[in-house]
Design a protein around this ligand. Sequence first.
Ligand SMILES: [Zn+2]
Ligand SMILES: [Zn+2]
Length: 95
Amino acid sequence: MRIRNINGTSQNTCKCGSWLNHWTKFSGQTVPSYCPAQGCFEEELVGAHVQKDSSSDNSWYIFPLCKTHNAATGQSLEVSDTYKLVSANVSQTCG
Ligand SMILES: [Zn+2]
Ligand SMILES: [Zn+2]
């Protein structure tokens, strides 16, 4: 799937402690060993705020990405379909 990294809202935290914890809690998945972006093998991951690319869905989601990709705001990325997008809307999740 293609996603687009949106501007780091890393100051915003939720009750989960970190956005990566938020992702593991609501995806039911474990953090990938490597960044799920195509061709990336970085191991240090964070919970990045992303949107679906080329979609009418403008919702914000959390997806695990490496720090480099997380910092690449606005970049469209091809990522593994193995991992789920988790809503970043805390009122629908941990809020
Ligand atoms: Zn949370
Ligand atoms: Zn990466």
